[in-house]
Unconditional design. Structure first.
Length: 279
């Protein structure tokens, strides 16, 4: 890793972030969240990256394998990496149920334990966006992709329901570390161009919409997030001793859900799909 990139974030800060995020994403039930809302996105990314038999693939911040398992079923040699061991365990169970064979590795997106140029395809489906030090994470995606290989990401746009949700919980959540950037910035084409720069060619970005029919009201959305999604659980824990702030967060999440609920009872969650070639 080049010193100018790695030196931006002190080792002690990275270790504290790892511990915090490992605990946060192990709380609630992220696999259930993925199953009930974004189960189709992994296959979308696999198709966009053109993954097939013989490809050596790394899924970064893979969770329980939403993209890694479809990649393995497409015939690729897949490594699914994530910071949270609980999510990897859930992924192993899901892979066995679906008859998929792949490798699972505990890894931080800021410091991937793989060799330079080891993979033909490096992808992340609403995963690497949550690594707070974007330049460092992007550098790692680039480093482990072979020249001519493919990098693919899916991230929520800033004005999507999920992007707005993170902006909504921000004032109630533990403060981010110095230098952290918001997750939904990965959903901005300009930001992704800035992160990858001339280290990639043929970068293509497309905003798409995921139709979610899981929630009939803002209350249903709030209760779902409050029970199952780690970052929202962390926000509620942070303000638990202040009933007024808890009530305000409740109201803000309900209002968010109601604002995005369409007349047909569905919600439209916008995301940015990016595919680029490693220079």
């Amino acid at each position: 890793m080049s010193p100018d990139v790695s030196a931006q974030v002190p080792a002690g800060v990275l270790e504290a972030v790892r511990a915090k995020h490992r605990a946060m994403w192990s709380s609630g039930d992220y696999p259930a969240v993925a199953d009930q809302t974004i189960s189709t996105l992994g296959a979308v990314l696999v198709e966009a990256c053109g993954i097939g038999p013989g490809d050596r693939v790394l899924d970064v911040a893979a969770g329980a394998g939403n993209a890694a398992i479809p990649a393995a079923l497409a015939g690729a040699d897949v490594v699914a990496s994530d910071l949270a061991p609980d999510l990897l365990d859930a992924g192993r169970r899901r892979a066995a149920e679906r008859g998929a064979t792949l490798h699972w590795a505990e890894a931080d997106a800021h410091a991937l334990p793989f060799e330079d140029g080891e993979f033909d395809v490096v992808m992340s489906c609403v995963g690497v966006m949550f690594a707070p030090f974007h330049r460092l994470a992007a550098h790692e995606l680039l480093r482990v992709t072979r020249p001519g290989g493919t990098i693919g990401t899916i991230a929520w746009t800033p004005d999507s329901l999920v992007g707005e949700m993170f902006a909504t919980i921000g004032p109630y959540a533990p403060p981010p570390p110095p230098g952290a950037q918001p997750p939904s910035a990965w959903g901005s084409e300009a930001h992704v161009h800035e992160l990858f720069g001339d280290a990639v060619t043929d970068l293509r970005a497309e905003t798409r919409t995921l139709v979610v029919d899981r929630f009939g009201s803002g209350v249903e959305l709030r209760d779902f997030l409050k029970e199952l999604l780690g970052p929202v659980i962390a926000a509620y824990r942070f303000v638990a001793d202040d009933p007024e702030r808890v009530a305000a967060l409740d109201e803000a999440l309900v209002a968010l859900g109601d604002r995005h609920l369409q007349d047909d009872g569905t919600m439209a969650w916008d995301y940015l799909l990016v595919r680029a070639t490693r220079a």
